[in-house]
Design a protein around this ligand. Structure first.
Ligand SMILES: [Fe+2]
Length: 917
């Protein structure tokens, strides 16, 4: 009687936790398997495999395919995730022998230094395992006694095995505790529990994690099965472990974090400068009322003596152990290459090049792509190892040249960067296609304090615009017809103009550029306004520039465009790219790890989108966005770079408008019709058109996934982990914006789907669109200069500069553009930013084992994957259609940044799952 009740409970656990939403016929089949008596028969032979296990695992192996360009064992080997040894009286009388097989991967550098661990391996006591039952002991209501055993090294390197005797009444295994008895940590790829010697029916724990040495921390690690459970559905035997594991991951908020730890906590950006090294390196703390900012991972380092608000810097910077990819991913992983670049190549370039020089002519710029720049013998090899694409060995010598590949846009059309059409086209299909907005109010008026910055009226008057539109249409008509668009870098940059002008060899204006939408659906720039605000000693200066027919105005127009491009370039890198993806994603990662158990379905949905980001962000704090780092040295924003991204976060960032449709609507680039569909203001807007394909594909996948695990809105509101997660994203991760009314409330399935859709889109498609075209569009720096070093010569009191300009305008432009050092550092860095490594993980390519373990989820993922493959064809067709003049035409680079898949290298396409470079 007792056995029967227990069996029923167990069946219900499987059905409730694992197969809800599945085809009823499939459920029936699985139930029948469970009830077959074969279990007891097998047990008579000493070992057996659960029929459920056999059925589920063979089904999974058969269909765990997905595209298989780079197969990884960790992603394709999966089973139902429970081992049942509790279903018959006969079985109760015989314990079962289970073989635990642990596959470890230690990096080669670790094997070299393993010493005592290797000796210990030989004596066999190396991994202590404890199996945890999913069920409580019905007699006591307490956890069942754990089954303990040791796994020892086998003849196969990296594989450990141990036999464990499991009581037949043990119930399904819900978790494994692992104690690493080595003196050093080890990376465990997976753990399999094999019964009956048949690995094909093994229960696999998808580990993929560093396991600390017991000498660093005596607490064993816990790994759960690949079956996902909402908190309320957690098997009773592992409820306490689920809670305890999350407490461990949250830490106590004290002390300096150690290398092997896995604590996720929040902190402000207070480690960007080191005033003890140089007082000039002091930078404001970001993440407070004065400078709002997303939070980063807490390291707990002490404060500097000179400034108690600034944390001491160190390298490498702590990130939770499993966020460190360097030892697990290959050395060719893009972020690992970036590390080498930042640590060795850029400092070497600084000693080779002189920042004060300028290019003598466009021929000298072209030579960088044709002849290359000779490298000293001692640095050639090291450059070659890191940026092999850009370094060539000179035949029959030991010498190398730094030879950059000609970006595709220049290869196709040498003069494209000079043209107004390309300037306008790139606002829709270039690197920063999400700043252009519909002009909705006219006249344009600054919102800044006129008493501080001068008169707020714009120089872009009705008369001026109508003159540039040749009288064919009035401004009122153009506004009515939604034909005027604005690229606005006025109010955001104006407060920094005088500060930036105090930096050596640097200048800045606020700018506005107005575009006209032609009948053909392309944009043409009408006018640019450059503004210098008033100062205590000077009045405000502003001027409008148009593409006039005389030589002087034509060259001034070219210079004005160059200024706008530097504004767009810095805004793109610091705000569109860094702030909106890298910085804003970090709170999602921290909250997800602190509040959602590894067995939570939402954790498992988001995990691929949150991988590899924390270490690249830590690297950025160390060498890219830090005081005197890459951005400060190569972009006009200098020491104000990250501060500017805080200004933009404060003024513009909203979680809800990170959704692509809402972003388009908020910029006036789309309206939502009564039927709910979006109508674009510019029909051929490649970023929007392709982005919506990706957005909608993610939405369907997130919907299918949420529908499987949440049957009602009450399931969402009743999910305590999910509610704590969302609360923390808002109130801790984005604490400076916690009281904003635009935050979605996670109180329904639809809202949860929208929240997940935004996070998955930002970390995948959005990041790909603004990241992987960097070299393509900014690799030829005149197309997107990072600085313009000289004021425009028509600003007052520039008589000498004006004379130079009038005599040699091209030379004036070259002297304004980045120095060779700025240009070459930028090109080398952007080359790596834009590069896919051979082991890139593209969205829709690999399924997580937990997804494959659920037939409904697996089917939904395959549908998602298929949809992304279809997107590839749609994008190709769009690029071939001559009616799409913003992506198809003579010399035009097709818009491929949102094509989901790619070969390795700088390809200008491919959407990785996460922000990993
Ligand atoms: Fe990036």
């Amino acid at each position: 009687m007792y056995t029967t009740i227990k069996e029923c409970t167990h069946y219900n656990t499987h059905l409730a936790g694992g197969s809800r939403g599945a085809d009823p016929r499939e459920l029936a089949a699985m139930t029948m398997h469970l009830k077959q008596p074969a279990l007891a028969v097998s047990a008579q032979n000493g070992n057996f495999a659960s029929p459920l296990l056999a059925t589920a695992s063979s089904r999974l192996r058969e269909s765990s395919a997905g595209p298989s360009r780079h197969p990884r064992s960790r992603r394709v080997c999966c089973t139902s995730g429970s081992i049942d040894v509790s279903t018959s009286v006969a079985a109760k009388e015989r314990p079962l022998t289970v073989t635990a097989i642990v596959t470890a991967q230690a990096p080669s550098s670790m094997y070299l230094s393993r010493g005592i661990d290797h000796l210990q391996d030989l004596f066999g006591k190396t991994l202590h395992l404890q199996l945890v039952s999913s069920e409580l002991d019905p007699r006591t209501g307490e956890e069942r006694e754990k089954v303990k055993g040791l796994a020892s090294m086998t003849h196969k390197e990296g594989t450990y095995e141990g036999k464990m005797s499991v009581p037949a009444s043990f119930g399904p295994v819900g978790a494994v505790l692992v104690e690493n008895q080595h003196h050093r940590e080890m990376f465990i790829k997976d753990i399999k529990l094999v019964t009956g010697g048949d690995e094909s029916t093994a229960v696999t724990f998808d580990v993929g994690s560093w396991v600390h040495s017991k000498f660093d921390n005596p607490e064993p690690r816990v790994f759960f099965t690949i079956r996902s459970y909402l908190p309320s559905q957690t098997p009773t035997g592992i409820e306490a472990l689920r809670k305890k594991e999350l407490e461990t991951l949250r830490g106590d908020g004290h002390g300096e974090r150690k290398f092997h730890e896995r604590v996720y906590d929040y902190d402000t950006y207070n480690d960007l400068g080191d005033p003890e090294e140089d007082v000039e390196h002091k930078r404001p703390v970001l993440g407070n009322e004065e400078h709002p900012y997303p939070r980063r991972c807490r390291t707990g380092r002490p404060m500097t003596m000179l400034d108690p608000k600034t944390e001491k810097r160190s390298s490498p910077v702590y990130v939770p152990r499993d966020e460190q990819f360097s030892d697990v991913k290959g050395k060719n992983f893009s972020a690992a290459t970036m590390k080498s670049l930042l640590h060795s190549i850029l400092p070497s370039l600084g000693s080779i090049l002189n920042n004060s020089e300028c290019f003598s002519g466009f021929q000298e710029i072209d030579a960088l792509y044709r002849d290359g720049m000779p490298l000293p013998v001692d640095v050639g090899n090291s450059f070659s190892n890191v940026i092999s694409r850009a370094v060539r060995k000179i035949k029959d010598t030991r010498e190398h040249v730094l030879l950059f590949e000609l970006p595709q846009m220049i290869e196709r059309d040498r003069f494209s960067w000079f043209g107004d059409e390309e300037f306008a086209r790139q606002t829709l299909a270039g690197l920063n296609p999400n700043c252009i907005r519909l002009l909705m109010e006219f006249p344009i008026v600054s919102k800044l304090d006129a008493a501080v910055y001068g008169p707020p009226e714009s120089a872009l008057t009705k008369e001026l615009l109508e003159k540039t539109m040749k009288g064919l249409v009035t401004v009122d008509e153009a506004l009515e017809e939604k034909r005027l668009f604005l690229l606005d870098y006025h109010d955001i940059f104006l407060p920094y103009v005088h500060k930036v002008r105090e930096l050596p060899d640097m200048t800045l204006y606020g700018s506005r550029t107005i575009f006209f939408l032609t009948d053909e659906g392309t944009l043409t720039p009408l006018a640019i306004e450059l503004t210098r605000p008033q100062s205590p000693t000077k009045p405000q200066w502003k001027r409008a520039f148009t593409h006039a027919s005389d030589a002087t105005e034509k060259w001034l127009w070219i210079l004005a465009k160059a200024h706008v491009l530097t504004h767009d370039s810095a805004y793109h890198q610091l705000i569109t790219h860094w702030m909106r993806t890298h910085a804003c994603a970090e709170p999602y990662i921290i909250a997800t790890n602190r509040q959602l158990s590894r067995m939570h379905p939402v954790y498992r949905l988001l995990h691929p989108h949150l991988r590899y980001t924390m270490e690249i962000n830590a690297m950025a704090r160390d060498r890219l966005i830090n005081a005197d780092g890459f951005f400060e040295g190569t972009y006009w924003s200098g020491r104000y770079s990250v501060e500017l991204s805080s200004v933009a976060y404060d003024a513009t960032w909203q979680f809800n408008t990170e959704a692509l449709p809402e972003d388009l609507v908020s910029r006036g680039l789309a309206v939502r019709r009564d039927d709910g569909e979006l109508e674009l203001a510019i029909k051929d807007y490649p970023y929007a058109n392709d982005g919506l394909l990706i957005w909608n594909a993610i939405k369907q996948w997130a919907s299918d996934y949420v529908d499987f695990y949440y049957k009602s809105d009450e399931d969402v509101t009743g999910d305590e982990e999910l509610q704590a997660w969302w609360e923390e994203v808002r109130t801790k991760g984005h604490a400076d914006k916690k009281d904003e009314l635009w935050w979605p409330v996670c109180d329904s399935k639809d809202n949860l789907i929208q929240v997940l859709n935004i996070i998955m889109w930002v970390t995948s498609g959005y990041h790909a669109a603004v990241n992987f075209g960097l070299y393509q569009y900014a690799g030829y720096f005149p197309n997107r200069p990072t600085v313009v070093r000289k004021k425009i010569p028509v600003e007052e009191n520039q008589e000498e500069e004006m004379k130079k300009f009038m005599a040699r305008p091209e030379e004036f432009l070259l002297e304004s553009l980045p120095s060779p050092m700025q240009a070459i550092k930028t090109m080398a860095t952007l080359d790596i930013f834009s590069s896919h490594s051979p082991d890139e993980e593209y969205m829709g390519e690999y399924a997580e084992p937990a997804w494959l373990a659920e037939p409904v989820v697996k089917a939904a993922f395959h549908k998602f994957s298929g949809r992304l493959k279809a997107v590839e064809h749609t994008i190709d067709e769009r690029n071939r259609n001559p009616e799409n003049m913003n992506r198809c035409g003579a010399g035009i680079v097709p818009y491929e940044l949102l094509k989901p898949f790619s070969e390795p290298g700088v390809t200008g396409m491919g959407i990785p799952n996460s922000v990993s470079i």
